[in-house]
Design a protein around this ligand. Structure first.
Ligand code: SAM
Length: 285
């Protein structure tokens, strides 16, 4: 079975995983939800035909989208996750002893339930007592957040079609900036430099207008995502300066070892290939 078919602009491409068994198929109010056992990547979560996570490579995504922002500011205390219904980002945020409050706003309860049933090692993030779950639209949730509430916002969204479309638009970034304290940080899923430079260009231009601290693009490898890479937009609001490229926190590995993230890969994640650097630098200066 082919998953992750995408239009690379010139030709259709597809990445295939061998399906051993379909474990769950359902239709929520928002999307088609599927879990299958693959031959080589363990169990796989698929939303509307697009792979969201596999047991084998989820660490690369969850650890990077969480630790790139949270290692860049001292003592994060209040963290908001938008999307991220599988719970993997919560699991990583929970490593920080400085964190007092973790809010999550996921639109689709079916994703949460399916993750708890089939991906307990990911959904374990929900067990942390600092977590408060809000089932609803992240766009509406952020509009109601009082100014300056959070030290960090992590937007772990699906692609900019369907329920996640607005999470990539300028008004949404404005509400994120408003919800952050001065010198607070946001990290948002920002697609692939191989496939979506036009989308990335727009995101960078919008963020440059809204976030008056710093605006950076980082990326990592996730073999089962389209083109095998995924990027992150990392921005800070005006206030104490944030140098995203040089982490200031170490991470608690006492309960669970990191499988992907380390401080060297943190710094390296901001090095861009020339074709992407040219476009992104032009928008960030
Ligand atoms: N880490 C994986 C990735 O990037 O492919 C998983 C992403 S996570 C599963 C994306 C989640 O965002 C989905 O569970 C989806 O339901 C949720 N989502 C999409 N639009 C949303 C919205 N407007 N508000 C809150 N959550 C949303």
């Amino acid at each position: 079975m082919d998953h992750n078919c995408w239009d690379a602009g010139v030709q259709r491409e597809a990445h295939s995983l061998k399906v051993e068994q379909i474990l769950f198929q359902g239709k929520s109010d928002y999307q088609n939800v599927m879990v299958f056992q693959s031959a080589t990547y363990g169990k796989v979560l698929v939303l509307d035909g697009v792979i969201q996570l596999t047991e084998r490579d989820e660490c690369a995504y969850q650890e990077m989208i969480t630790h790139l922002p949270l290692c860049s500011i001292p003592n994060p205390k209040k963290v908001l996750v938008i999307g991220g219904g599988d719970g993997g980002v919560l699991r990583e945020v929970a490593r920080y002893s400085s964190v007092e409050k973790i809010d999550i706003c996921e639109i689709d309860k079916m994703v949460i339930d399916v993750s708890k049933q089939f991906f307990p090692e990911v959904a374990i993030g929900y067990e942390d007592p600092r977590v408060t779950l809000h089932v609803g639209d992240g766009v509406a949730f952020l509009k109601a957040v009082p100014a300056g509430t959070y030290d960090a916002v992590i937007v772990d969204s699906s692609d900019p079609i369907g329920p996640a479309k607005e999470l990539f638009e300028k008004p949404f970034f404005q509400t994120v900036a408003n919800a952050l304290r001065p010198g607070g940080v946001v990290c948002t899923q920002a697609e692939s430099i191989w496939l979506h430079m036009h989308i990335i260009e727009d995101i960078v231009a919008n963020c440059r207008e809204i976030f008056k601290g710093s605006v950076n693009y980082a990326w990592t490898t996730v073999p089962t995502y389209p083109s095998g890479v995924i990027g992150f937009m990392l921005c800070s609001t005006e206030g104490p300066a944030v140098d995203f490229k040089h982490p200031v926190n170490s991470i608690d590995e006492s309960k669970r070892s990191l499988r992907f993230y380390n401080s060297e890969i943190h710094t390296a994640a901001f090095c861009l290939p020339s074709f992407a650097k040219k476009v992104i630098d032009a928008k960030t200066k």
